[in-house]
Design a protein. Structure first.
Length: 272
């Protein structure tokens, strides 16, 4: 007997209030671990460095405040800043927060080889299994993820096709494979860039990604704003309003705003 698919539970039109994890040190540790797994590292001299777009300098400063240590520095000739934590007490604080929460094999190796003997710390677990009941993926997506709204004219059908995508790029596929298993979608390899890329592909998969971020909010100002516009676009599609002229204009406006965010015209960059 052929199995019938369960109908997809609709995404609520009411966007949950943005949640911050700083008050809960366990949740904050998972978020910070995801951020480091995405775009951070532990240096050979025993420091912790996390990179941010210059548009997200406010997040770098917020993390510096919450960790209690570090310096936010502009990266020369790039639209980026680094949060650099180099003091012993600061690195130990970060290590205590992210221990057993890191999932990227390289970052786990860096922690165990570069921090444990230098600071006499307990190692972090060598376990790359993702825990979806934590905000780890919010940190990871803040570092390496993006939303996109695409409008594709279809002359043969006299309509404009709306495509909504969540995407994450990485040099290794081990974490992306688990993301694909969780949300479904497509995982490919771009030989020219030596990079693996996950894409949600369908509306139903995109909805699963949005549900996760409804539960565990993105903290990056630009990524959270992108999530808000992507969510609004999805709700327009969910109600099939995008098939009307009025609805399509709404999606076009969300597409425009999302493009403006990516083009750095909505959020000012400030020197740290």
């Amino acid at each position: 007997m052929e199995k019938t698919k369960k109908p997809l539970r609709k995404l609520s039109k009411h966007k949950p209030k943005k949640k911050k994890f700083y008050a809960d040190q366990n949740l904050f540790g998972h978020y910070l671990a995801g951020l480091i797994d995405g775009d951070g590292h532990f240096s050979t001299i025993g420091g912790c460095v996390i990179s941010f777009s210059s548009k997200d300098v406010s997040l770098a400063r917020q993390l510096r405040t919450e960790v209690g240590f570090g310096t936010v520095r502009k990266v020369k000739n790039k639209q980026a800043v680094n949060l650099v934590i180099s003091t012993r007490v600061g690195v130990v604080r970060v290590a205590d927060l992210v221990r057993d929460k890191l999932k990227h094999p390289n970052k786990i190796m860096q922690f165990n080889e570069r921090l444990t003997s230098r600071y006499l710390l307990n190692p972090t677990a060598e376990d790359s299994t993702l825990n979806w009941d934590t905000p780890w993926f919010s940190g990871f997506f803040d570092a390496d993820g993006s939303f996109s709204i695409r409008l594709v004219p279809r002359s043969n059908r006299k309509i404009t096709e709306v495509r909504l995508l969540a995407r994450v790029d990485q040099k290794r596929s081990i974490l992306l494979q688990q993301i694909k298993k969780r949300f479904s979608g497509y995982l490919g390899y771009r030989k020219s860039q030596d990079t693996y890329s996950y894409s949600s592909v369908s509306f139903s998969n995109f909805s699963k990604v949005l549900r996760y971020f409804d539960r565990f909010s993105l903290q990056s100002p630009t990524k959270y704003l992108s999530y808000e516009y992507a969510r609004k676009a999805f709700l327009t599609v969910q109600t099939k309003e995008h098939l009307t002229e009025k609805g399509l204009k709404k999606v076009e406006s969300y597409h425009k705003r999302l493009s403006e965010i990516k083009n750095k015209s909505m959020i000012e960059s400030h020197h740290p």
